[in-house]
Each structure stands twice: as structure tokens, then as C-alpha cells.
Design a protein around this ligand. Sequence first.
Ligand SMILES: NC(=O)c1ccc[n+]([C@@H]2O[C@H](COP(=O)([O-])OP(=O)(O)OC[C@H]3O[C@@H](n4cnc5c(N)ncnc54)[C@H](OP(=O)(O)O)[C@@H]3O)[C@@H](O)[C@H]2O)c1
Length: 286
Amino acid sequence: MIKNFENMESKKSPLRGDLEGLKSPSGGFRGLQVAFITGGTRGIGLGIATELAKAGFNLAVNGIREEILVKSVLEELSSFGVSVAYFRGDVSKKEDRQQMVDAIHDRFGKVNVLVNNAGIAPPERKDILEATEESFQYVLDVNLQGPYFLTQLVANKMIESKKQFPEEFFCIINVSSVSATVASVNRGEYCISKAGIAMATKLWASRLGEFDIPVYEIQPGVIRTDMTSGVQEKYDRLFQEGMAIQQRWGKPSDIGKVAAAMATGSMPYSTGQVVKVDGGMTIPRL
Ligand SMILES: NC(=O)c1ccc[n+]([C@@H]2O[C@H](COP(=O)([O-])OP(=O)(O)OC[C@H]3O[C@@H](n4cnc5c(N)ncnc54)[C@H](OP(=O)(O)O)[C@@H]3O)[C@@H](O)[C@H]2O)c1
């Protein structure tokens, strides 16, 4: 079920009144470029939505919660002077994906930037000697099959939009994880889903090159969100012990700032590339 949450009027926008005529780095105009962020109302997705709102993008944000529960978040995003709409839907469900993409195009006319961010951890961390097929299927559906086929839907629309708006910048950003390359034997299905996204980045970058639509990937390290709230003490200790070169938890805004650089065309002549935002955690050290 999809509900389209119409944006509210901004009251305290720093950008309001400046929207007309302001050129974005990609050549589009502020307030006229549209970003679709899955899982965009909390955690990393909200960090990305906030930075893209600051950069002047109109936002289509998705999640699975009732719209009433995310109303204050949508108001906060609207306060940057951009248009914000909520599209409720489960990325793992084919019908939801189709309905969302149709509804977003009805509402905004195009999607310049797709951010595949929504994702889940396994409901239970279980050693791979014991983990279930049900959990594997569930995690793969949400973290891999969902974004892979959402990309297919949006990419086809982008190819058409690119003909209509040849001067505008279009791109796709996948949020995977350091788990795409770092093995955790108590959440194998998560690691495999993220390794799959890393290949999806390369595949879509290769396929969309001829249409001048770059595809990027961000691999976050350990970021303080609801997803990691259950393992806080463990990572507090590991950060203290020097697990990462930069000895602190990552913040959703850390990811958001990198996504904003990608979304505004600030990574020219690159596609299929991975940026690790992990405080140097994955650098092999002696
Ligand atoms: N936190 C980390 O340390 C970390 C590290 C590396 C990678 N990541 C990745 O970063 C992404 C965001 O993680 P997070 O930490 O921000 O997680 P989070 O705080 O748990 O938020 C997850 C978001 O995804 C949405 N979502 C979950 N299942 C969905 C579905 N089936 N369809 C649509 N939306 C769905 C949720 O929607 P509702 O709000 O409506 O529930 C929520 O907005 C995930 O892909 C995760 O794997 C996280």
C-alpha cells in the first residue's frame, strides 16, 4: 500500500526565496531536481535526505511506516525549502515498487537521483552453521532483489527523462556496506546481500554508461543508527581499541555529505566507483 504524503509549506527555510534561478553544480536549478531515497525517514537514509534537501533537491522519501509516524521528519525536511513527499512501500515487493515509481513520476515528473538505501539486518544474528534459509531469503529480498529491480524500473524512466531534460544530471547511488567485503560469520546473509549490491553497482554502471547515467556506491562502516543500537557497547569498545583509524562512530550526515557530492555531479568522469565511509576501518594494517 502506498500513500503519497504531500509536502507542507516551509516556515524557516534558509533557501526559501532563493530557489528560482540558482544553478546547482550539475547545471539544473535548485528545487527542480528530484531525489528518491528509500528508507529515507531515519538513520542513514535521513542523513542523506537532509544533505540532499540542503543541496536543493525535491525529495521523494520512502519507508514502510505509516505516514503519521514520519510526519515530523517530513516537516523538518520541508523546512529546507524543498518539496517533500512520502511514498510508503516495501522495496522487496514488486507491486509496491511499481506503485511507488508511478506515484513519484505522477507527483514530480522525474527522478534525477535514486538512492537505494533501505536495508535490514538479519532479524537474529546466527552463526552460518545454524542460520536459516528463511532469514537468508528475507534479507536478500529486501537488501538485494528489491534495490536491483527498483533500479531497473527507475533506470528505464531515467533513460526517457534524460531525453526530455538532456542538460540535467541523473545518477544512482547504492548504499551497501563494508560487509560487502568484510566477512561476519554471524550474519552471512547480510554480507552476501551487500556483496551482491557491489556487483549490481558494476552491472548498472556498465549498462547505463551509454545514457550518461553514472552509478555509485557508498560502503558505510559502523554508523550510529537504530540498526546498530543493539551492538552499541561492542562497538564502543572496538572503537576505543582502534578498530578504525578515525576513532569514532560514523554519523548519518557523514554518509549524507558523500551522497550529496555524488548527487550534485561532483564526481565527474567516474562511474561504478565505491567510496568507503568507514573512518579507515577497512585499511589493512600491521
Ligand atoms: N548502520 C550501519 O552501521 C550501517 C553500516 C553499513 C551499511 N548500512 C546500510 O545502510 C542502510 C541504512 O541503514 P540504517 O542503519 O540507517 O538502518 P535503520 O536505521 O534500521 O533504517 C532502515 C530504513 O530502511 C527502511 N526499510 C527497512 N525495510 C524496508 C523495506 N522492506 N522497504 C522499504 N523501506 C525499508 C526503514 O523504514 P521505516 O523507517 O519505515 O521502518 C528505515 O527507514 C541499510 O542498507 C544498511 O544495510 C548501515
